[in-house]
Design a protein around this ligand. Sequence first.
Ligand code: TXA
Ligand code: MG
Length: 352
Amino acid sequence: METRIYDVSRMDEAALAHIAEAAEVIRRGGLVAFPTETVYGLGADAFNEKAVAAIYEAKGRPSDNPLICHIARASDLGQLTPRLSEEIVKLADNFWPGPLTMVLEKKPAVPDRTTGGLSTVAVRMPDHPAALELIRRADCPIAAPSANLSGRPSPTTGRHVIADLNGRVDVILTAEDCRVGIESTVLDLSGERPLVLRPGILTPEMLGVCLSRPVEFDPGVVAQTCVHAEDLEKEGFLPGQVDAPKSPGMKYKHYAPKAEMIVLEGQKDRVREEAERLARVNEALGRRVGILFFEEQAFVEAAHDFFARLRDMDEAGVDLILAAALSDKDQVGFAVMNRMLKSAGYHIVSVK
Ligand code: TXA
Ligand code: MG
């Protein structure tokens, strides 16, 4: 298929015309990749089952992994969920448009295809003018996963999207690089306690302040993000027993660079020495080595750069990525570590 690629970063008249054209594609059941503040999304009409099926096809994504429905006005929530609580309204007021996805009870009209057969629906209002214009013009909620091929690092630049999806979708809208760099925080409000199913730049602490009650990580997410086995036991997990996370998307192999990747954890100077030693040994064997270190405490910057750095290393033909673990005591550090450990297939080396 021929993909039309338009730069809409300036939001001028030409860009608005391209967005209108893309919205028409959505209305007719086609696929449009578009920028958001977190990562690029691959969108289709959330109420059109065939169009949603085409998303899975284009991405090569397992079809039980539910999609997020993107809206442009909080009043559109009523199309997706039957009941609005005070808490939902408060969160929408405080954090939308922005990198917060709420998991809510679903209306029967939302197709099972969109929600992977769940009784809940995930909803978010992205903070990006091109995304909001596209949704308004399409006049329907847009179901969109990240615009990467399944298993690849999430796309944070137009170039990444073109590399993965050119020829597989109808339209790609490109703009400036994504501001946040990791996907939205997924907050489950369908149960008794609000639980974060996917960590992001909006932290449980910030959400808890808004709701005036504690918000915690889903235990499955904590288990997935633990660097130390001892921490897992402290969280009440038996060795070897890790609960399946509630968010179906969290169970798949994710974000994987082409290179082998190892996360080194321990005291900072020792980690650096060990990375240099491993780099020397591997380079002597003819392997190309990439080092992935972030400034200490610069968690927001790490989130911004993480996926792009993985893709850069793939492009440079790196065979082995040596990454230094960030502190997971910081909630944004934790969000980056959640992705880093998955990218490395949980290959962690503790440096003594
Ligand atoms: O920032 C983002 O959220 C980006 C941009 C494009 O908005 N989207 C994104 O979508 O990351 P995706 O499909 O890659 O991730 C959606 C996540 C998955 O982990 C999925 O399992 C979870 O949200 N999810 C969706 N619907 C859910 C539901 N009803 N219950 C629990 N988890 C759900
Ligand atoms: Mg994704």
